[in-house]
Design a protein around this ligand. Structure first.
Ligand SMILES: [Zn+2]
Ligand SMILES: [Zn+2]
Length: 111
């Protein structure tokens, strides 16, 4: 009987395959020039609005509704049922019928 002892030296070849896979997927986070939302500025009128005094000093009412200066307005007032036939004035301007309007109109008058 022959004892054949075979000694196997397992040379553990520690082949540490250091796979340094430097994947070039570096996310280049470029500073996105994201401008913050600019609040909308109210568009300034090119021509500054002139302060037009809408006032008829002669009749003590706003010029734009002065029927005595602009008789074309009369029809409008009549249509709106705002007409005092007695005084030939819009009811809303007839101080004789509505003396309380005087204070209101005076407050509207340009200083
Ligand atoms: Zn007038
Ligand atoms: Zn009246």
């Amino acid at each position: 009987m022959s004892n054949s002892s075979s000694g196997w030296i397992l040379a553990g070849a520690c082949a540490l395959a250091l796979s340094t896979t430097t994947a070039c997927d570096s996310k280049s986070e470029a500073p996105a020039s994201k401008s913050p939302p600019v609040p909308e500025k109210p568009v300034a009128p090119l021509v500054p609005k002139k302060e037009v005094a809408d006032w008829c000093g002669e009749h003590g009412v706003p010029e734009s509704i002065c029927t005595r200066c602009n008789s074309a307005l009369i029809a409008d007032f009549k249509k709106k049922n705002d007409w005092c036939a007695k005084h030939d004035l819009p009811e809303s301007q007839s101080l004789k019928c509505h003396p309380e309007l005087e204070a209101k109109l005076k407050s509207m008058a340009p200083k």
